[in-house]
Design a binder for this molecule. Structure first.
Ligand SMILES: Cc1cc2nc3c(=O)[nH]c(=O)nc-3n(C[C@H](O)[C@H](O)[C@H](O)COP(=O)(O)OP(=O)(O)OC[C@H]3O[C@@H](n4cnc5c(N)ncnc54)[C@H](O)[C@@H]3O)c2cc1C
Ligand code: SF4
Length: 490
């Protein structure tokens, strides 16, 4: 097997084309590319890459199977630890996780683990006779009478539900919105994560046995206490961090100033870009400023371009080095024509006499000493005020957990900023039988950390229910999963 030194590039829609549509930007590897890339892997005995994976996928194993062209077996290997591989292959920041630890990265380019993962998951969907990988592993029939309620259908909720359903528990996911997936659906745009991919992986979790009930707001329709007294043996809270942080500067209530969450929800979930076919309207923006430089901010800029904005800019108070978004997403935004006003901070939004935003006043900044986050603190430069013309300002400077659950659940311990306090080893909160994980605990983080938290909590819930009812504890052997259609490749 001859090894190629350079990693395989990802084919993409050209920037000038893709800004006119919502189709996926990255087109995925061909079979030849996936083989060539997988064959770069050294199958290291110590598996350093696995250390960088919050759900401990056996990376050398699935990559070695892919290198032999055994893509269905590679998919089965992946799904032992990850129920959402086509999603992770698309949105995980691998450069900060598995690929950061890849041995090849020490002297050159790491194996493109995420791209191979994406290829393998998509290959399985195409070549398993329409079967989305129905689980045939060892469910314990004794567990079916124990019910677990999962609050929220984002990656943390889907993971805990999938893992507990695999064990044999009766799992019901309650979702406040009319559709599932959490940020995967209302936040991340379709040109990064197509809806058919998301739907397919949610269907996979349902095929494991998890039920989903939509339009139920826990804390309003039913409380956590009522779930526990109404027949559920445990509850997992995975309500995310969907409350946007605002800037609290003058003019924030003008028309045309909105949060990143509202902007993305209108476009991604409510499909405002297809108004009037869909009921949510969208005033076509001309000059857009997105304040912030994380993943949410990049998604806001790129959707603004796709709904026809003439000029779109990131306005960020620190420098490029401190931008928290994935490097790939920053590059994509840049190639699509997004401008970057760095070391710049808005201090006031200015409206016309009808209450519509027309401009914002900004201050130039310079970097001072590092702050608590370790990043250099932005310091205003006196007298540097200037006016920027904008008709739409999207504030994407962070999100915190929604207060509803903590204000309606007596005894639930939370941090100063509203994150739910848990025992890291089990995911249990201050209330016995109530577990939590994902952004609701950590604040805004990543898909895979939310999934990692779901995996820990699934084990914690299993242990809690077994101890409560005096059930035998199974051996520590990991649950092995097999997908139907996992035989030989065609
Ligand atoms: C725009 C954007 C882009 C991102 N891009 C990336 C990326 O590229 N890569 C990456 O790794 N991470 C990314 N992230 C972060 C990542 O999406 C989150 O860390 C992850 O989705 C958190 O998962 P979760 O399950 O904890 O919560 P969420 O995904 O937020 O899901 C929570 C769910 O709970 C529901 N819910 C809330 N309250 C209730 C209630 N009271 N009752 C019932 N249901 C309720 C919500 O409606 C939602 O469906 C991005 C985040 C945003 C906002
Ligand atoms: S560290 Fe890199 S080369 Fe080694 S097994 Fe993992 S992916 Fe392969």
């Amino acid at each position: 097997m001859s090894r190629i030194k350079e990693r395989q590039p990802m084919p993409q829609q050209p920037a000038e084309e893709r800004i006119k549509n919502f189709l996926e930007v990255a087109l995925g590897y061909s079979e030849e590319q996936a083989l060539a890339e997988a064959q770069r892997c050294l199958s290291c005995k110590k598996k350093p890459c696995v250390e960088g994976c919050p759900v401990m996928v056996d990376i050398p194993e699935f990559v070695a199977l892919a290198a032999e062209g055994k893509f269905l077996e590679a998919a089965a290997s992946l799904k032992k630890n990850n129920s959402l591989p086509a999603i992770c292959g698309r949105v995980c920041p691998q450069e900060e996780q598995c690929e950061k630890f890849c041995l090849l990265g020490k002297t050159g380019q790491p194996v493109a683990i995420g791209r191979i993962e994406r290829f393998v998951a998509d290959y399985e969907a195409l070549h398993s006779n329409g079967n989305i990988g129905e689980y045939e592993g060892p469910k314990d029939p004794m567990l079916a009478k124990y019910g677990v309620a999962v609050v929220g259908s984002g990656p943390a909720g889907l993971t805990v539900a999938g893992d507990l359903a695999k064990m044999g528990y009766s799992v019901t996911i309650f979702e406040a919105l009319h559709d599932t997936g959490g940020v995967l659906r209302y936040g991340i745009p379709e040109f990064r994560l197509p809806r058919n991919i998301l739907n397919r992986e949610i269907e996979y979790v349902q095929s494991l046995g998890a039920k989903i009930v939509k339009n139920v707001v826990i804390g309003k329709t039913v409380t956590i206490d009522e779930l526990l007294s109404g027949g559920f043996d445990a509850v997992f809270v995975a309500t995310g961090a969907g409350a946007p942080q605002m800037m609290n500067i003058p003019g924030e209530n003008l028309n045309g100033v909105l949060s990143g969450n509202e902007w993305l929800t209108r476009i991604n979930l409510m499909r405002a870009f297809r108004f009037p076919e869909y009921g949510t309207p969208l005033k076509k923006p001309k000059k857009v400023a997105v304040i912030g430089a994380g993943n949410t901010a990049m998604d806001c800029t790129r959707t603004a371009l796709r709904v026809g904005a003439e000029e779109v800019a990131i306005v960020y108070r620190r420098s490029r080095a401190e931008m928290p978004a994935r490097a790939e997403e920053i590059e994509n935004a840049e190639h699509e024509g997004v401008k970057f006003h760095l070391l710049t901070n808005p201090i006031r939004f200015i409206g016309d006499d009808k209450g519509w935003l027309v401009s914002m006043e900004c201050l130039k900044m310079e970097l001072g000493e590092p702050d608590d986050s370790g990043r250099r603190r932005p310091v205003p430069i006196p007298g540097s005020e200037f006016i920027m013309e904008v008709d739409t300002a999207i504030i994407a400077i962070g999100q915190t957990p929604n207060p509803l659950i903590r204000t309606t659940t007596e005894g639930l311990k939370t941090t100063r900023w509203g994150g739910i306090v848990i025992d890291e080893a089990t995911g249990m909160t201050s209330i016995p039988g109530v577990f939590a994980g994902g952004d609701a605990v950590t604040g805004a983080a990543t898909v895979i950390t939310a999934m990692g938290a779901g995996k820990i909590a699934a084990k914690g819930i299993d242990k809690y229910i077994r101890e409560k009812y005096g059930l035998p504890v199974p051996s520590e052997e990991p649950v092995q999963e097999e997908s139907k259609g996992n035989g030989q490749n065609p």
